[in-house]
Design a protein around this ligand. Structure first.
Ligand code: HAM
Length: 417
């Protein structure tokens, strides 16, 4: 028997109801904020991610599904959407166009992480990106959007918003120096990955999940003590605007985020319901990324939510029933055949979900299939009834059965939810 690849999973049955509800809710909320959908390819040149996300991040160093295609190019399944969207924004000349620069995307992402609760190798993100605006009011609006998504999909009792400022290209080098100095003194206790990270990307050590590194990171210098006055002003404004908007948050001075493109504002929607997978969503400001990827020097900010994680939380909160067939139509060869097919067609035109027995078997066998189909009603076109212009409707949940004029069947079902 074939099995799914490790970390990949099938989604079907009742789960589809949760996914569809989530997607509908997300799109409704995003529409109220003026976002436009972007559909990005799943495969990109590997360089898009190396440049965009950063060579020394975990994602690029060890988590991408990359291969050399027949043209000799290194290509990768996308591990996230931001770098792809910026590639698309530059390639399609959107910088020069007037209009909204607020985009969202929904799609599968791929990271070769160690699978565990809430962490998969194929997962689905909904991401938003806003370009060409550096106002701290936008930061606050984007963070409050993340909070409103949590409320809108009904998982807010399990989540909270954390924010931080991680400085800019001017002040972060000073902070990194301090971190290197601090961790150098504890180098023997760091894991092998973090020993390597020390000179290249010391902020990654703060994010390390190994217990020994966590203990040392606890007393490491915090970035907020080293950010420059411009970053500080920006952060203070973001906090003030969040208060004005009415979005609750806490400052987590140890949040550094796992991708290199962030500057200044970083934020996460966190939960303690999913074990080690504590982030339901995360993002931040990334002024400079468009330029780094070959475009104009414009600013950007965005976040992505992990839809698999949201679905896991939704399931803790509400029981959604799997969709049911509305009507199972029972009919036979002869005159009833014509009536049966017509009713099926008419009911589908009014958006009812209809099933029937393709082998047109005996009454007993069709009734059995009707019951097994989970349909709410069966309509039976018995030969004698049809001659009298009538059909029977059976409520399959209660067992009640009654006759109706064939001409009134569509109206009857039209009035039922
Ligand atoms: P990220 O924090 O790497 O950010 O991922 C965002 C969300 O995707 C996480 O909070 C989590 O819910 C979900 N996620 C990540 N990895 C996995 C996984 N292995 N299994 C299940 N869910 C996962 C980004 O990807 C940035 N591109 C977000 C962003 C957009 N920043 C600016 N704009």
């Amino acid at each position: 028997m074939f099995k799914t690849v490790k970390g990949f999973h099938d989604i079907f049955g009742k789960d589809i109801e949760y996914w569809e509800k989530l997607e509908r809710n997300l799109k409704n909320i995003l529409n109220t904020y003026g976002f436009r959908e972007f559909r990005l390819p799943i495969l990109e040149k590997t360089a898009v991610f190396n440049r965009g996300i950063g060579d020394t991040t975990d994602i690029v160093e060890k988590e991408m599904f990359s291969f050399i295609d027949n043209d000799g190019d290194s290509v990768s399944l996308r591990p996230e959407g931001t770098a792809s969207l910026i590639r698309a924004y530059i390639e399609n000349g959107l910088t020069n166009q007037v209009g909204v620069k607020k985009f969202f995307y929904i799609g599968n992402m791929f990271r070769r992480e160690r699978p565990q609760k809430g962490r998969f190798r194929q997962f689905t993100q909904m991401g938003v990106e806003v370009l060409e605006c550096d106002s701290p009011l936008l930061d606050a609006e984007i963070i409050s959007l993340l909070d409103n998504i949590s409320k809108g999909v009904g998982i807010d009792e399990f989540t909270s918003i954390e924010i931080n400022s991680i400085g800019c290209k001017d002040c972060r080098p000073i902070y990194k120096e301090k971190l290197i100095e601090y961790f150098q003194a504890h180098i023997d206790s760091l894991c092998d990955d973090c020993k390597r990270r020390l000179s290249k990307n010391p902020m990654r050590i703060i994010d390390c999940k190994k217990d020994s590194c966590k203990v040392i990171s606890k007393d490491a210098p915090i970035v907020l003590d080293y950010i420059c006055s411009e970053c500080n002003n920006h952060f203070n404004k973001v906090k003030k605007y969040l208060d004005d908007i009415g979005t609750k948050y806490t400052v987590n001075s140890r949040m550094v985020r796992g991708l290199d493109y962030y500057i200044r504002t970083a934020f996460e929607l966190v939960t303690d319901k999913l074990g080690a997978a504590s982030a339901v969503g995360g993002g931040g400001r990334y002024d400079g990324l468009v330029k780094l990827m070959g475009g104009k020097d414009v600013s950007g900010i965005g976040f992505a939510v992990g839809m698999d994680r949201i679905v896991a939380l939704m399931k803790e909160i509400e029981e959604i029933q799997e969709r049911k067939t509305d009507v199972f139509v029972i009919f036979f060869e002869g005159k009833s055949f014509e009536y049966g097919l017509k009713l099926i067609n008419d009911l589908r035109k009014i958006n009812k979900s209809v099933e029937y027995d393709y082998s047109i078997s005996s009454m007993k066998s069709q009734m059995k299939k009707a019951n097994r189909s989970g349909a709410k009603y069966a309509v039976i076109f018995g030969e004698n009834e049809v001659d009298a212009g009538m059909a029977s409707i059976k409520d399959l949940e209660t067992g009640n059965q009654f006759e109706k004029n064939i001409n009134e069947l569509v109206d009857f079902f039209n009035n039922i939810n």
